[in-house]
Design a protein around this ligand. Sequence first.
Ligand SMILES: *[C@@H]1O[C@H](CO)[C@@H](O)[C@H](O)[C@H]1NC(C)=O
Length: 445
Amino acid sequence: MSRALFLALLVVAAQAVHLDFSKGLDGWEHSEESKWVGRFVAEVPASLEKKALKVPDKAKHYGISTVLKKAVDPAKDLVLQYDLKLGNGLSCGGAYIKFVTADTAFTPKGLKDDTPYTVMFGADKCGDTNKVHLILRHKSSKTGKVEEKHLKSPPFVETDTKTHVYTAILRASNNSYAVLVDGEEKKAGSLFEDFEPSINPPETIPDPEDKKPADWVDEARIPDPDAKKPEDWDEDAPMEIPDEDAKKPEGWLDEEPAEVDDPDAKKPEDWDEEEDGDWEAPKIANPKCEKGPGCGEWKRPNKPNPAYKGKWSAPMIDNPAYKGVWKPREIPNPDHVKDPAPLTNIGKVGAAAIEIWTMDDGYFFDNIVISNDVAEAEKVRAKTWEPKKKIEDKLEEEERKKAEKEAAKAAEKEGSKDDGEDKEGGEEEKKEDKEEEEDTYADEL
Ligand SMILES: *[C@@H]1O[C@H](CO)[C@@H](O)[C@H](O)[C@H]1NC(C)=O
C-alpha cells in the first residue's frame, strides 16, 4: 500500500465531531423526564461573541442531548473536550458531559439518568468536593458485567469565571489516559493503574466465607503474667505529704481576719431596722494583710511524697500467643480477567448528553469535541478557546488597572483637603475610562 493511500484511509477512518451552539440548540433536544424541568438556552456570554449553552436557572435538573451522525469508536483512541465558563461560579452542581453509548433505540427525548454512557467527563463540585470526573463504563469480557471505573484523585475544576477547556485523552495504542485543563496536562497514566475499581479485577479476593477463628489471639501485648508486686511496694502511700521543712513566714498575722468591715461604709439614712433588719457594713479585704506575708491561721503546705508508688501493675510484654491481625484468606477472583484492550469494551459514543443538577446558574458549555484524533482537539482549542481567553484576559487586565486607578484616586482623595475640586476631576476621569473601554471592545469585535 502506498503511503499516500494509507494516510488517506487513516483520515477516512478517524472520526471528528465538533459541536457548538453558535446557531442555537439545533439538533439538541431536552429530555421528557418529568422531573427535569430545567431548560437550557443558547446565549452569548457577557463579554464573548458567540452563543453557548447556558444554564439559566439554579436548583433545577437539566437533561439535553444530541445524537451523532456517526458513532465514534474509542478503540482507535478517543479524545473528548469541551469548554466551560462558570459565569457565577460553581458552589454545588454538575458541569460534566455524558458521552452516551451508541444505541439505535436511544432518542434524546428518552434520556434518563441511567442511560448507559461510554465516558462521563468533566466538572463536578459541591462544597469541598471538587473533581474533573473521568468515568468509563467498562464491560468485562469474562462476566459481561458493566462497571463504572472512576479515575482516582482526579484534577480540580477551575472555579473562576473565565472560560476553561477540559480535555480527556484515552489512548488505545498504549492503554494510557490524560486529563488536560486549558491544554495543560493535569493528570496522566495507565488505564490499568489509575482507575477504581480496577479495570482489570485483581487475581485474588478475600474469601467472604472465611471467618476469624474463635481462639484467634489478636492482642499483641499483655501484662507480664510472671511479674509480681515487689515486697516493699506500698500502694497506700499518699501522693503528697505535709512539708515539714516549711516555716511560717515572719510577720504572719495570725490574729488578723482576711476581711474586715468597710470603715467608710455608713448606714443609709432610710434604713429601717424593723423592716430591713440590723444594718451590717459590707466587707472589704483586710488592708493589714496586703502589707504582710499573710493573715489568719497559717497552714503547712504539702510536697510530693518520695515514697509514693500508686497502684502496682505488671509491665507489658509481647504476647507469645499473638497471631497477628486476622485477615481472611485470599481465593482466586472469579471475575479476574486481563483485558488487553479495555477501550474496545466501553462501547462507541453515539450521543452527547448534559444531564445535571445544579445550585448555580449562568454557566456555559461550548465546543464539545468527540474525536479519534488528539490533534483535532488541539485545533479546536486554538480556534475557539484561545480567542475567548484573549478577550477574557484583556478584560481582566482592564479591570485590574481600573481597580488600581480607583484605589490610587481614593488614597489621593484621603490626602487632599480640597474635596470639591477633586471630585470633579475624578468624574471626568471616569468618563474617559469608559470611552477607552468601548474602544477596546470595538477592536475585539
Ligand atoms: C502513551 O503514549 C503517549 C503518546 O503516544 C505518551 O505521551 C504517553 O506517555 C504513553 N503513556 C504510557 C503510560 O505509556
